[in-house]
Design a protein around this ligand. Sequence first.
Ligand SMILES: Cc1ncc(COP(=O)(O)O)c(C=O)c1O
Length: 395
Amino acid sequence: MVILPMPSRIVSGLRPTAVNSVLAEVKALQAQGRDIVSLMRGEPDFPTPAHITTAAVKALAEGRTTYPDNRGEMKYREAVVAKLDRDNGVTYDVSEILITTGATLGLHCALTALVNPGDEVLLPNPVYDAYQSPIRLTGAVPKPVSSVIENGRFALPLAALEEAVTPASKVLLLNTPWNPVGTVFTRAELEAIGDFVLRHKLILVSDEIYEAITHGGAKHVSPASLSPELRESTVIVNSLSKTYAMTGWRSGYCAAPKEILDAMFLVLQQSSRGPAMFVQDASAVALSGPQDCVDAMQAEYARRLDVVMGELTGIAGVKPLAPEGGFFVMADTRALGEPSDVTRRRLLEKHGVVVVHGSAYGSQGEGTLRVSFSSGATLAKGLERLRAGLLEPRG
Ligand SMILES: Cc1ncc(COP(=O)(O)O)c(C=O)c1O
């Protein structure tokens, strides 16, 4: 028998996402009959709003089931252009829009189009861990930028960006609102970051997937709206997954200057024919139809956030950091004096509640736990277990 070298060198450098690794542990415990409550996933628990599903059913009934335009159906791209103008204050042409199967494929296309093997991709530490592998797939190197916890929120100081950047740096990958830490970068912070990007001739890949979920008056600013120069150096990556509770529909979009967009399209067509046509029709309706469904979900997230903050208050050694955006609270557990993965396992194995250890998102997530409030039905039960676990004296 011929034994092929398996897996390939590139694949050997890839890692499962934090959520998938923790899920494997959860499944093993569930197989033993354990009852586990999840405060882990970043998945809206709302049904997709009815007018969007109705549009998909109508499109199906009309036979919209053939190959779509590989760049994205014109109606959907036009809806994206109108949305970016309406919500983000940025102007794009339909030729500068690419429809993707979620932000996941958008990120892959952007990174593959922009970097060469050996280039560096700057990214905050900690950040959404699923950025690591698509960077490594290109042969580029993720270069973490140190964050600080200041005034109860994670920030990305300019000095840290300047310290991390080298002549090999090609891209800054930013996520605002920032998963997992919940920071919504202010206009002033983004202006400083934008200057940095332009000064070092980088491309900013701006993942704005949580833009619609903000708290306490924080307002999402799209970096591309800050100046024409920054727009020319930015790729916007977004999707309908979080805003419209459409995670399973696999519908997203990117906006970028045409030259970059064309390169991304070349990448995309090697592995995707795009979301199904009826999904694209419904996505256009989501973006251009009534937005009160988004406001209603946002109001419910705000209510849940208050509940989480209340339940995590008054626990010795634990300080919940109120997020400005997204649906995660980072609990600062540094004072407990144990690695966050140890705390997480204890909570899972002894108390039957699953959260994600902050160190899964980078070394500077160490000493924190990510607590999701995206699922309302089990929130109270999960928080009760979490609180009991964190209050329990450790031996
Ligand atoms: C920051 C961030 N970017 C991208 C994604 C991927 O989203 P999509 O469902 O659009 O592929 C996620 C999903 O959790 C996310 O948290």
